[in-house]
Design a binder for this molecule. Structure first.
Ligand SMILES: O=C(O)C[C@@H](Cc1ccccc1)[C@H](O)SCc1ccccc1
Ligand code: NI
Length: 182
């Protein structure tokens, strides 16, 4: 099983690479790796497993965070209506997105970043994302709010982008308007 020791930290070159498409149908090796990534997320959200193996809770994990230069990530997140989005995806891409933006209240974190980085990370509020599942099926997902934020965070990892790259400069107090926070 994967643990925090398998996750590379900021400064590792793998986190700044634009990753390579995965040949589909995916190989057994790639499927097993992606299954392990999904299992890591499930374990990290299980209090007993997280304590036993010292796992940081995660809702997403991308291959570059394991030093693997492949376009694949896992997401295991529940939305505000308690709907579970649990996917291992190969070659994901955003095909449509809203003009409307959102951000995670309190900012974002990253399993590859061992420090707090304050600031709003602007994300599309709604996205349509396509990819290939662990079962080798093409899938089109329409996502909004937290699940959409998570998928965008993971897709950024496949393009060598870290969440703090997107944090905008502070707006002077007098110019602030309602910021549409989630
Ligand atoms: O490092 C990663 O990619 C996993 C991140 C993904 C993530 C962070 C912030 C916003 C969206 C996605 C970890 O899941 S950080 C821990 C976490 C847990 C619950 C909600 C948000 C972040
Ligand atoms: Ni991250």
């Amino acid at each position: 099983m994967l643990t925090m020791d398998d996750i590379v930290r900021e400064g590792h070159p793998a986190l700044r690479k634009v990753t390579e498409e995965v040949p589909v149908p995916p190989s057994e090796e790639d499927k097993n790796t992606l299954k392990e990534m999904l299992e890591f997320l499930q374990n990290s959200q299980d209090p007993e497993m997280a304590e036993k193996y010292d796992l940081r809770s995660g809702v997403g994990l991308a291959a570059p965070q394991l030093g693997i230069n492949k376009r694949m990530f896992a997401v295991h997140v529940t939305d505000e209506k308690d709907r579970l989005y649990s996917y291992g995806l190969f070659n994901p891409k955003i095909t449509r997105h809203s003009v409307e933006m959102t951000h995670l209240e309190g900012g974002e974190g990253c399993l590859s970043v061992d420090r707090e980085v304050p600031g709003d990370v602007p994300r599309y509020k709604r996205i349509t994302l396509e990819g290939t599942t662990l079962e080798g099926e093409k899938v089109r997902l329409r996502l909004r709010d937290l699940p959409a934020i998570v998928f965008q965070h993971e897709l950024d990892h496949l393009n060598g982008v870290m969440f703090y790259d997107r944090i905008e400069e502070e707006i002077p107090e007098t110019d602030k308007k309602d910021d549409g926070a989630l």
